[in-house]
Design a protein around this ligand. Structure first.
Ligand SMILES: NCCC[C@H](NC(=O)CCC(=O)O)C(=O)O
Length: 444
């Protein structure tokens, strides 16, 4: 039985914009007010997905959500036709409409936490959509995310789905961006590393920016997924990293199989973590690639998104490959570091640079854009929907984007009824292309 890692990228939505909604996310704040280009963003994302396919990886796609999210506006008391709801809400509260129009579902590293079947006591792959309760504009994602994941990974012998962790702000959960699975081969039993920013009931005086993930929710997800004792580690992210803008751990660390690539200041106690990880993984020899602050200052790591790269095992290639944002090549310290890393004879041997600038300006790099699912050939054959990319599907999706997406969305466009109607028409068509069924509220 062949095992591999599939990556499910989120597609940039037609209302992609720069409203600066994410406090603690430096790029989102810095680029507030820029004019966005959703068409370019979606095509950049598809080009990254196609690059992964060209390398021989299995690449999936998750659709954008319905925005503006009218069902939230209805729940908040707005009524009438869709057009009336948007128009009155925009007049009453443009900030609310901006929050309900974000295309943040493109960052599928925050869609869910996934534990593949070799690691779970019941032998099924477990999914928990992230409640994303730290940011209002993202707290509305998990219901639709859950429906989409259930359409692709049918509940049953192979896959099982949990509800998002309840408890709101106290139990903040940001999904796979704060979770890394380590293992030998993908089909071997692995270890889940869960990284949190604060305790649910602590003041966390050392944080100036929000600690979005709580220790309690990390525990709840791992326990709910049935990880075996000793196969789950829960550690705290270094508050200094959060305060510098690493609002998710995947901004300062990335892992794949037996390699952990991370910044010296990513964790509170890296030496203890390394020892614990090696012990948990057992016979497999871990490689720890710790990047010193003297070589890459934390500030450069966060502005370039060096660690928000995809670390992948390309079929037929011995060493691992980094899929990096072009900003890393444009930053002196990170470019020099990557060049030296590839020449060092270590486990990482290749680096490819991708342009995902539309996403980067909102603080989302290559790794934010993807949800990883380790799976077997049999799992792949059991998938529902039509979400694994082929040449034909990529071409269809590019045509779909060009047909429906604008090349310019400013904040004032978010009150435009035409933009909403274009988007709902496009999404209705997309659910047919991807054979997802009626996953959006406006279809139900
Ligand atoms: N993993 C990357 C997530 C980036 C995301 N940005 C945003 O939501 C900015 C959205 C905006 O301002 O519309 C976030 O901070 O959660």
């Amino acid at each position: 039985m062949a095992w591999f890692e599939a990556n499910f990228d989120g597609l940039v939505g037609a209302t992609h914009n720069y409203a600066g909604l994410s406090y603690g996310n430096v790029a989102s704040a810095k680029n507030k007010g820029l004019i966005a280009n959703p068409r370019e963003g979606a095509l950049q994302g598809l080009a990254k997905m196609q690059h992964m396919r060209d390398l021989g990886m299995v690449q999936g796609i998750l659709p954008p959500h319905d925005r503006p999210h009218l069902s939230t506006l209805r729940a908040l008391g707005f009524s009438g036709s869709d057009a009336e709801i948007l128009t009155t809400a925009w007049m009453a509260n443009p900030a609310l409409v901006a929050n309900l129009s974000s295309s943040a579902t493109m960052w599928t590293a925050n869609a869910a936490t996934v534990t593949p079947s070799p690691d779970t006591t019941d032998g099924r792959t477990h999914f928990t959509p992230a409640n994303l309760s730290a940011m209002y504009h993202r707290s509305i994602e998990h219901e639709t995310t859950g429906r989409v994941l259930q359409a692709i990974f049918p509940e049953g012998d192979r896959f099982t789905h949990h509800a998002a962790i309840p408890g709101g702000h106290h139990m903040g959960d940001e999904g796979a961006a704060n979770h890394t699975r380590f293992c030998g081969e993908y089909g071997d039993e692995g270890v889940g590393l869960f990284v949190y920013g604060r305790g649910a009931f602590e003041k966390a005086d050392d944080l100036t920016f929000p600690g979005r993930q709580t220790m309690e929710s990390s525990h709840a997800v791992g326990t709910g997924h049935g990880l075996r004792p000793g196969r789950m580690l829960v550690v705290r992210q270094n508050p200094e990293a959060i305060n510098m803008g690493a609002f998710h751990n995947d901004v300062v660390a990335v892992g794949n199989r037996n390699v952990h690539f991370y910044h010296e200041k990513a964790f509170e106690n890296p030496a203890a973590l390394n020892a614990a990880l090696q012990k948990a993984v057992g016979d497999v020899e871990m490689h720890f690639v710790e990047v010193p602050d003297a070589a890459v200052p934390l500030k450069d790591a966060i502005s370039s998104y060096l660690f928000n790269s995809q670390l992948i095992s390309v079929p037929g290639r011995d060493g691992m490959t980094l899929i990096l944002p072009v900003e890393v090549a444009e930053t002196v310290s990170t470019k020099r570091y990557v060049d030296e890393l590839l020449a060092s004879g270590g486990p990482i041997t290749h680096a490819d640079y991708m342009d995902v600038r539309q996403s980067m300006r909102n603080g989302g790099g290559p790794a934010c854009l993807r949800l990883r699912v380790a799976m077997s050939d049999e799992d792949k054959a059991a998938l529902g929907a039509n979400c694994i990319l082929t040449d034909t599907l990529v071409a269809t999706l590019e045509d779909w984007v060009k047909k429906h997406y604008r090349d310019r969305v400013a904040r004032e466009d978010l009150g435009d009824v035409a933009l909403m109607e274009e988007n709902f028409r496009a999404l209705d068509e997309l659910t047919q292309i991807l054979q997802l069924g009626s996953v959006y509220d406006f279809q139900r």
